[in-house]
Design a binder for this molecule. Structure first.
Ligand SMILES: Cc1cc2nc3c(=O)[nH]c(=O)nc-3n(C[C@H](O)[C@H](O)[C@H](O)COP(=O)(O)OP(=O)(O)OC[C@H]3O[C@@H](n4cnc5c(N)ncnc54)[C@H](O)[C@@H]3O)c2cc1C
Length: 281
């Protein structure tokens, strides 16, 4: 057999490997957003060249709307992924505020699972933006989608990380997110966005209270809860960027925030075990 040397106490393998997982999951989120960025850039470029129904695609209102939706989702995902990278650096250098260790513990699986799923969705939409050409192997476009799929699988699947998120919430993860959100929203004058974020966080807290005692219900709804918290964090980070950029005469991040909020924050689901059993029966 292959010789192996224990790196630490054998009884605490998960604890030993956890710091490495923080790094690889953060890397995964960065990979996912860069993949999204590439797909969107290609689709936006194509939209300026391809003429359909008498004008370039970029001038077709529905196509432009589709691209702008993708851009807004990407900007939220980018903000979250890079906040996690920033936090990881601060934690590694012991330069954190009191709530930030718990915040990193919560946001790492959230960023990984949400950006992984979003990369698949974004690459699929980008390929559709090319019409039939997007389906043709020689263009290289199908590979975008095939490669994106791994972001949702390795380093922990969406479901496995949604359950990990429950563990992070069981300690002080939720309080840390609320504290961070309050800081990120400071100075933002988009009252609609701020109130949507706070209301959705309140709804997530109620959902957790409601299902805390029923483990099966909690697990069945864990993915919806994880997406909801990831979207709230991303929206609050977009708000922080919008505040800074608006003060520097750039209104684009505020537009990204508005569109991201319009696409909805709440992904909570009502777990229905009876219904699931019937569907799978
Ligand atoms: C290209 C590639 C490279 C890889 N490289 C490495 C590597 O270098 N090192 C390494 O260690 N691993 C590596 N992996 C393995 C990878 O991390 C695992 O495949 C991944 O974590 C999923 O685990 P699994 O395959 O055992 O799936 P399973 O755990 O069997 O999951 C199957 C399905 O069941 C779902 N599921 C499982 N448990 C639950 C649950 N409790 N509740 C709800 N749903 C659940 C999952 O979400 C998934 O949809 C690699 C994988 C790929 C595809």
């Amino acid at each position: 057999g292959l010789p192996a040397w224990p790196l630490g106490e054998l009884a605490h393998g998960v604890r030993q490997v956890a710091p490495m997982l923080n790094v690889t999951r953060t890397w995964n989120a960065i990979g996912a957003v860069s993949h999204m960025s590439r797909a969107i850039s290609l689709a936006r470029d194509f939209a300026t060249r391809r003429q359909a129904f008498g004008r370039p695609l970029i001038e077709q209102p529905l196509h432009a709307r589709t691209l702008a939706d993708m851009q807004a989702e990407f900007e939220g995902a980018f903000a979250l992924a890079f906040e996690v990278a920033h936090l990881l650096g601060r934690v590694e250098h012991a330069a954190t505020a009191a709530h930030e260790v718990a915040l990193l513990r919560l946001l790492t699986p959230l960023a990984k699972l949400w950006t992984g799923k979003l990369a698949v969705q974004t690459c699929s939409e980008a390929i559709e933006c090319f019409g039939g050409a997007g389906y043709i192997e020689d263009t290289g476009l199908p590979q975008l989608l095939r490669d994106a799929q791994v972001y949702a699988i390795w380093e922990g699947t969406t479901n496995v990380l949604s359950l990990d998120n429950l563990r992070a919430l069981a300690s002080d993860g939720f309080d840390a997110l609320r504290t961070a959100t309050t800081c990120w929203l400071e100075g933002n004058d988009d009252m609609h966005a701020a109130s949507a974020i706070r209301q959705t966080l309140d709804a997530a807290a109620r959902w957790l209270d409601q299902h805390a005692a029923q483990r099966n219900m909690l697990e069945a709804g864990a993915r919806g809860l994880a997406f909801t918290l990831a979207r709230c964090a991303a929206a609050a980070l977009l708000a922080r960027q919008a505040t800074w950029s608006t003060n520097h005469a750039d209104r684009r991040p505020a537009a990204a925030l508005q569109r991201f909020i319009a696409l909805g924050l709440d992904r909570l689901v009502t777990p229905d075990a009876g219904n699931t059993a019937l569907l799978l029966g």
